[in-house]
Unconditional design. Structure first.
Length: 111
């Protein structure tokens, strides 16, 4: 799970989607459910990050594929590269970011 502390989580989520829609962010895409996937061919559709809005945070849980157990490498790539994108494009829109080292109980991964 990745959590971004922010005063306006809904606005931050909208900024991320707008950055993708405008073509400013090319390494991530999102689907009709609002889940984000890494759009680099090697990693596309290997997992998704699903947003959740709270009072002062925007949280993303990882959603693994139902047919393949999520590898440590895929978990690391999705967390690290999503955080990298956020720091590169939205560093002034959140104060801190926190990532779990291991899957949390909220993450959706195949057993």
């Amino acid at each position: 799970m990745i959590t971004f502390e922010t005063t306006d989580p809904a606005a931050l989520l909208n900024k991320i989607k707008a950055g993708i829609d405008s073509g400013h962010i090319v390494t991530w895409s999102y689907d009709s459910n609002g889940d984000f996937t890494h759009s680099v061919p090697q990693w596309k559709y290997q997992a998704w990050v699903r947003p959740s809005i709270a009072a002062s945070a925007l949280t993303f849980v990882i959603v693994g594929r139902s047919d393949v157990r999520l590898s440590v490498e895929t978990y690391a790539i999705y967390h690290g590269r999503f955080l990298e994108m956020m720091l590169a494009h939205f560093d002034k829109s959140f104060t801190t970011a926190d990532s779990t080292a291991l899957a949390s109980v909220s993450d959706l991964i195949a057993a």
